[in-house]
Design a protein around this ligand. Structure first.
Ligand SMILES: Nc1ncnc2c1ncn2[C@@H]1O[C@@H]2COP(=O)(O)O[C@H]2[C@H]1O
Length: 721
């Protein structure tokens, strides 16, 4: 399927990834080297620069040091009691013990130096300030314990004799350091279960050893060979040797602690008390052995269950459903293959608890060798590969098994890690092609390739020739990844198209059709968008039209009132001449005022508009308001229409003329306000109101004066009469 050398010019992305991975390792090693160098320098310069020397507890040096410290601590825990109880042993090897004792003391001192130079984490940051480290250590209980464990109690030898090693019992206080060392080892070891069991056995050994020593000491106190329970008489040659003494005591003690109980019956009270204490401890020891071993066994089976699916359960299920022997055999073989070849099926589950970046690194280092052989991925970006690698699921197929059958709906594609698979015809015998390590298949049905006649159905049968190890990649995962990497998608599709063309399953014309249909779709979309815009504009126009209608209606109504008022006044006018204006609170007077106001406003409005039109302000406003263009212009049109309708003058010149006439009319009425008649200025609204008020009061005053004059005239007339 993949042609070798196909992408040689593009450079192998996987190789680059591998190189990057290896490069990182080399860098790490180099860094380690630099650190080592630094360490060496520091150690060499320890005499001069000991103050600057700070140990990182996460470093290898600290770990190694802890392991070294196991020896002196265990030495003290084993030897001090041995020398105390077996005085013959203490005296026989005295120079050895004394040398070892002081060597161990020296290590204790060095351990204190290391401890004081060991950094600690404060809010995730390693504290390296020596003053702080010193302060912390010197104020801790640990310092006290370490100090007490180093007190020169050996001086008590002068009081109790050189064989009394018990004076060094304070050396046992370093036990927490031993625990720390063992805990560290447990987290680092690749075999934690074996380590746990070994640790338990060592603890039990030390316990039995102590018990053996105490048993010998008690026997010595009660008298060797004084009864069957105590150690036999050491003068007897059989029990005289030091080795025999120790081994007998150890055996005796081991029998008690393992609850075998095959020890001689105690005779004296001291012996009973010793046995009771021992049996009580033995119960605990036995319980902890059983518990620990049980834990280890269950964790081992847990591990197996996670690594390999539980075969027993599957077997029971198959039996209960009376599955044919032949199928059961195939399933057994499958399990056997997994176990023998250590194929782990649930690696995603196992690595689930790790953070994503570590999972990626593991997946890259585990799967890169396989994926680097897949030509299609060689040109892919590193990030794509990292994403892909996390989504691979291992699958194992047995000989003759079908991975997919022609016509099935495709849900995943496969990458061959190991093994051979054949593309076979429906008869299951004719082989069209053989796929091997590094090839992939099953991509056609999940890629939605345009013109693929088989749609989302498998285009071929794929059968495993022998056992084959595959990685499957689900359609969703592939789509997810490819959606962000269109180039890779295109590449995969191209490969699929090649196969489809070879098989004659690609509709070439449909490609054109689809492009055409795509164009039509775009056009429809564009038309829909335009329609939407037009609808919005229309809605706005309708609103504006309605409001203009309302205004028009109000205006017409007002004009009707005015006409009606004038009609009612006409006969009176004939009689009384100017009398209409004289009646300040008459209906006609009010109407007149209203009319004048309205006219004034309209004229002002039209003046403004005319001015704006002249100065080209309109266009500025439009450009400023953008979308509001139609709204504004429509509004103005409506107003203009209203004006035109009202006066019956559509021509601007006629309107201008009308305005001049109106202005004269106003002047005739004694209204010389600017903008009223001459249309020279536009006044602000509030000023206009003020002026109209002034004018109102002035006219009222005039009317009152005229009224008074009329009264006087009437009076004079009356008098003359
Ligand atoms: N002639 C062929 N040579 C190699 N691979 C093929 C051939 N025909 C089909 N395949 C692969 O077999 C897969 C079957 O499932 P798909 O149709 O999803 O994708 C198909 C291709 O990846």
């Amino acid at each position: 399927m993949d042609k070798a050398g196909d992408n040689s010019f593009r450079g192998n992305q996987w190789q680059r990834l591998l190189r990057w991975h290896r490069g990182q390792k080399v860098n790490e090693e180099r860094e380690d080297g630099v650190k080592d160098e630094g360490k060496r320098n520091t150690i060499l310069g320890l005499k001069f620069e000991v103050k600057e020397w700070v140990v990182d507890p996460a470093e290898q040096f600290y770990y190694v040091w802890l392991q070294v410290m196991i020896l002196p601590i265990v030495y003290n825990w084993v030897i001090i009691i041995l020398r105390t109880c077996f005085t013959a042993i203490a005296l026989s090897y005295l120079p050895v013990w004394l040398t070892l004792d002081y060597l161990v003391d020296l290590m204790y001192i060095l351990d204190m130096v290391v401890t004081v130079h060991t950094g600690y984490l404060d809010q995730g940051i390693l504290i390296k300030d020596l003053a702080q480290l010193k302060k912390r250590y010197l104020h801790s209980k640990r310092f006290l314990r370490d100090l007490v464990s180093l007190l020169p109690t050996d001086l008590l030898y002068f009081a109790f004799g050189i064989q009394t090693a018990l004076v060094r019992i304070n050396r046992l206080l370093r036990l927490p350091r031993l625990n720390e060392a063992l805990d560290r080892m447990e987290t680092r070891t690749s075999y934690p279960n074996t380590f746990r069991i070994s640790k338990l056995m060592i603890y039990i050994f030390v316990l039995i050893h102590w018990n053996a020593c105490l048993y010998f000491a008690l026997s010595s106190y009660l008298g060797f060979g004084s009864d069957y329970w105590v150690y036999p008489n050491i003068t007897e040659p059989e029990f005289a040797s030091l080795r025999r003494q120790y081994i007998y005591c150890f055996w005796f003690s081991a029998q008690i602690f393992t609850t075998v109980g095959d020890t001689p019956l105690p005779k004296r009270e001291e012996e009973y008390l010793f046995m009771i204490a021992d049996l009580l401890i033995a119960v605990l020891v036995f319980a902890s052995i059983v518990g620990n071993v049980g834990d280890v066994i269950s964790s081992l089976s847990d591990r197996d269950n996670v690594f390999f699916p539980n075969h027993e359960l599957v077997r029971a299920y198959l039996r209960s459903h009376h599955i044919s022997k032949e199928l059961r055999q195939r399933i057994d073989n499958w399990y056997q293959h997994l176990h023998i070849n250590k194929k782990i099926m649930r690696e995603n589950e196992i690595l689930q608890q790790l953070p994503i970046h570590l999972r990626t690194e593991i997946a890259v280092s585990v799967h890169v060798p396989t994926l680097s052989k897949v030509t299609i991925f060689q040109s892919c970006e590193k990030s794509l590969l990292e994403e892909l690698v996390l989504k691979l699921t291992p699958q194992v197929f047995s000989p003759g098994e079908y991975v997919c059958r022609k016509g099935d709906v495709g849900h995943e594609m496969y990458i061959i890690k190991e093994g051979k698979l054949a593309v076979v015809a429906d008869d299951g015998v004719t082989e069209f092609a053989v796929l091997s390590e590094g090839n992939f298949f099953g991509e056609i049905s999940i890629l939605n390739i345009k013109g693929n006649k088989s749609g989302n159905r498998r285009t071929a049968n794929i059968r495993s020739i022998g056992h084959s190890d595959l990685f499957s990649l689900s359609k969703e995962d592939l789509t997810d990844v490819l959606s962000e990497f269109p180039a890779a998608k295109h590449h995969l599709e191209e490969k699929g198209r090649q196969i489809l063309t070879k098989m004659g399953m690609l509709e070439e014309s449909r490609e054109g059709e689809e492009v055409e249909s795509e164009k039509v779709e775009t056009k429809i979309k564009r038309l829909e968008d335009n329609l939407e815009i037009l609808q919005t504009k229309l809605a706005r126009l309708m609103v504006e039209l309605e409001s203009s209608n309302h205004k028009m209606q109000a205006r017409v109504q007002q004009l009707e009132w005015e006409v009606a008022a004038l009609e009612t006044q006409l006969p009176e006018d004939g009689e009384e001449g100017e009398g209409v204006q004289g009646r300040g609170d008459g209906v006609g007077g009010e109407v007149e005022w209203e009319r004048e106001e309205a006219e004034g406003e309209e004229e002002e409005g039209s003046d403004v508009k005319m001015k704006k039109q002249e100065q080209g302000e309109d266009s500025n406003e439009v450009s400023k308001e953008g979308d509001g263009e139609s709204t504004k212009s429509t509004k103005e049109d409506m107003e203009r229409m209203a004006e035109g309708d009202k006066s019956g003058l559509k021509d601007p010149e006629d309107q201008e003329k009308k305005k001049e006439d109106d202005g004269e009319k106003n002047r005739d009425k004694g209204d010389d306000r600017p903008g009223k008649g001459d249309g020279a200025e536009i006044e602000p609204e509030d000023k206009k109101e003020e002026k109209s008020e002034e004018r109102e009061t002035e006219e009222i005053r005039e009317q009152e004066e005229e009224g008074q004059k009329d009264e006087e005239k009437k009076k004079k007339n009356n008098k003359a009469k």
